[in-house]
Design a protein around this ligand. Structure first.
Ligand code: HEC
Ligand code: HEC
Ligand code: HEC
Ligand code: HEC
Ligand code: HEC
Length: 181
């Protein structure tokens, strides 16, 4: 074999290795993403733990999600709400995550939380009807009080709604116009 062919073969091998490394990189990255950062449990701008708030400190769900029983949306608390408690907690005032919260507060910016549960706009879902009928938060959202990061546990598919409406014998619960106005 001539020298030039050998050289070409070497560069080819080098390129093949790079290509292989890139493929392996992508695959590993994809698997890591799918397993640790799946869309079902998105990384939030602040590491807000429901376990610490709702379980360890027994803060009721509705203390923060104040609209759940009276409105279509349960809503997420404002930065002011966080500060109302955290201003009076010197113990964690300087912790890195609280410093981030204080940053949003000082800039008068809302915390850009990433939505976990999101229905298409053509579906009508009123929280209040469900809370008033005493359907527990956990039957749709799982054991949120045990989660350090909220994870989506329900598929939010039409059949999921219909199945529960059937079991609970909800009046008009399977008529199209109940959920599609
Ligand atoms: C101290 C305030 C606080 C308490 C108490 C609290 N939450 Fe939350 N909750 C939040 C904040 C802030 C978010 C947005 C950040 C996140 O998703 O972690 C949130 C997000 C959620 C979400 C996801 C919303 C979405 O994006 O789709 C659900 C579901 C939820 N909370 C349910 C509950 C339930 C059930 C309880 C009681 C067991 C509870 N929360 C108690 C503050 C609170
Ligand atoms: C009703 C009071 C209350 C409200 C409202 C509240 N928290 Fe807390 N938070 C606590 C308590 C209590 C702790 C536990 C502090 C400890 O371990 O000493 C805590 C802990 C934390 C921690 C962990 C701090 C650390 O580094 O150990 C973060 C981050 C946090 N809260 C963020 C938030 C955010 C963001 C909000 C608003 C969405 C919020 N909190 C609303 C009471 C509250
Ligand atoms: C019957 C099922 C069901 C029950 C019960 C329920 N939720 Fe939800 N929740 C949903 C669905 C579905 C969405 C998505 C709504 C959308 O995108 O329009 C949602 C969205 C949310 C959100 C995101 C913000 C919003 O309002 O869209 C929060 C926070 C939340 N729920 C908290 C709660 C809390 C707290 C309770 C109990 C007090 C509760 N939910 C009870 C099904 C339920
Ligand atoms: C875990 C059980 C459960 C699930 C899951 C559930 N629902 Fe319901 N839903 C109920 C109950 C119980 C009622 C009856 C409330 C009442 O009697 O006022 C109800 C009532 C309703 C109503 C009001 C019905 C009326 O007659 O006006 C709408 C709209 C609705 N649900 C939409 C949805 C949608 C959309 C979903 C899925 C995204 C869903 N529900 C999932 C239990 C559930
Ligand atoms: C209890 C609530 C509920 C009722 C009743 C209901 N739907 Fe839905 N529907 C949903 C939800 C939630 C979605 C969005 C999630 C999905 O695509 O499964 C949806 C999605 C759809 C879609 C879009 C499907 C797609 O693949 O994108 C169509 C079309 C539809 N519904 C038609 C109907 C018709 C027709 C009826 C009456 C026979 C009906 N729905 C009754 C909750 C409901």
């Amino acid at each position: 074999m001539s020298v030039s062919v050998l050289a070409a073969l070497r560069t080819f091998k080098k390129h093949a290795l790079i290509v292989l490394a890139v493929i392996v990189g992508f695959t590993v990255g994809h698997l890591v993403n799918a397993n640790f950062y799946s869309d079902d449990a998105p990384v939030q701008p602040i590491e807000f733990s429901h376990r610490i708030h709702a379980a360890e400190n027994e803060i009721p769900c509705m203390h923060c999600h104040v609209h759940a029983a009276t409105s279509i949306n349960a809503g997420v608390p404002s930065v002011n709400k966080c500060m109302n408690c955290h201003r009076a907690m010197p113990g964690v005032w300087e912790s890195p995550e609280i410093l981030k919260v204080r940053g949003y507060w000082e800039r008068s910016e809302p915390i850009p939380w990433v939505k976990v549960y999101d229905l298409p706009d053509f579906v009508y879902f009123p929280h209040k009807r469900h809370i008033q009928a005493e359907v527990e938060c956990q039957s749709c959202h799982g054991d949120v009080q045990e989660m350090d990061r909220v994870e989506k546990v329900s598929p939010l598919k039409m059949q999921w709604c219909l199945d529960c409406h059937k079991t609970r014998e909800v009046e008009n619960g399977r008529d199209c116009w109940t959920c599609h106005k």
